[in-house]
Write a protein that binds this ligand. Structure first.
Ligand code: ATP
Length: 345
């Protein structure tokens, strides 16, 4: 059993009459890549800032590696925070930036330089030590910020939307690198993001935040395949809920169901649907969007409501796709892919 890196108990934070964090209990294990995911304003940054010690909780406790740190200053905690804006010193070289924290801690110069070079090698920036931050690309600056965090060998690294300023391609590349780096150094990473793909790509586990609370904690597959609430189902992945009368007509049982678009097959209306393990619903294609590798169908069900279905374009071309608009279709999915979630609060 791995040790506990972070344990939050009854954590609350109020700013005047705004409740930013409304009671969070969470345990993160040593060596985990853990993401806090949620829309803007859901409280994830405030939780991160309380773990770092930049904000103090209104109530509740924070333990790091078993030790209570709730009242301690940031520098008394064995953590390092990487911010979205990198916060590098522009007048220092890359090497000096990376070694700065060691200098503050009075590590001798030779060791400082040695460790700064190792940290730069970890983030694949050998040979960039003498440059200044202004002479680097956005992705390289982000790597310097990471090297600066790693050089002090903290037990815990907190990352606040660190890839937010990068363009999509670079962002995706950095996601893969960051995950590989984390595996290599074995440090616990707590990563704040509002980007569901990013969280799904990198994390061992994810906490989904909504209005200052955690709605679900789980592995990417658990969060995606078995969303615990309607909010999680629609925030992570495309919102595809079958509810009310329509749900009852189609599935035979009342309730709210989340069905992932890629689990739904689009068939001809006349297709025979007699497999007991499948649910099926007829409808009219309201919109069809060709997205290169896939086609997205928005289908208005005869039973009421609208579902999105995604089909891979194995043989379909953009011309074929256009012909679908207004067409009558039958949607079909395996019953186990309709996940019941509690109705919205
Ligand atoms: P984002 O992704 O936009 O940063 P977030 O999920 O990280 O959002 P928080 O920054 O934690 O959300 O903010 C949660 C709530 O607390 C918001 O309503 C925000 O306006 C409020 N809040 C955060 N910091 C302060 C502050 N210093 N003073 C007053 N209100 C604050």
């Amino acid at each position: 059993m791995e040790g506990s890196a972070i344990r939050l108990h009854g954590l609350r934070k109020e700013f005047g009459d705004t409740t930013a964090v409304a009671g969070v209990d969470l345990e993160i294990s040593d060596g985990e890549f853990f993401s806090m995911l949620g829309p803007s304003g859901s409280g994830k940054t405030t939780v991160l800032r309380m773990i770092a010690g930049f904000e103090s909780p209104t109530s509740g406790t924070i333990r790091l590696a078993g030790q209570e740190v709730t009242g301690l200053a940031p520098f008394e905690r064995d953590v390092h925070t990487v911010f979205q804006d990198y916060a590098l010193f522009p007048h220092m070289t890359v090497e000096q930036n990376v070694a700065y924290g060691l200098k503050v801690r009075k590590v001798p110069k030779a060791e400082r330089l040695q460790r700064a070079r190792e940290a730069l090698a970890d983030v694949r920036l050998e040979g960039f030590g003498k440059r200044r931050p202004g002479q680097l690309s956005g992705g390289q600056r982000q790597r310097v910020a990471l090297a600066r965090a790693l050089v002090g060998r903290p037990r815990l690294l907190l990352l606040d939307e660190p890839l937010g300023a990068l363009d999509l391609k670079l962002r995706e590349q950095m996601q893969v690198e960051l995950k590989a780096l984390q595996r290599e150094v074995g440090i616990t990473f707590v990563f704040v993001t509002h980007d569901q793909d990013e969280a799904l790509t990198m994390s061992d586990r994810i906490a989904v935040f909504n209005q200052g609370r955690i709605e679900q904690v789980g592995t990417p597959a658990e969060i995606y395949e078995r969303p615990a609430t309607a909010f999680v189902a629609s925030f992570v992945g495309t919102s595809n809920l079958l509810r009310g009368e329509a749900a009852e007509q189609v599935t035979g049982t009342a309730g709210t169901y989340s069905i992932r678009p890629e689990k739904i097959r689009v068939l001809k209306e006349s297709a025979i649907a007699d497999e007991p393990e499948h649910s099926t619903a007829t409808g009219t294609v309201a919109e069809v969007v060709y997205v290169g590798d896939v086609t997205r169908f928005l289908v208005d069900l005869d039973a009421g409501g609208r579902l999105t279905a995604l089909q891979q374009n194995l043989e379909t071309s953009s011309e074929d796709v256009a012909a679908y608009r207004g067409a009558r279709v039958r949607l079909q999915w395996h019953r186990r892919h309709a996940v019941q979630v509690p109705a919205d609060r």
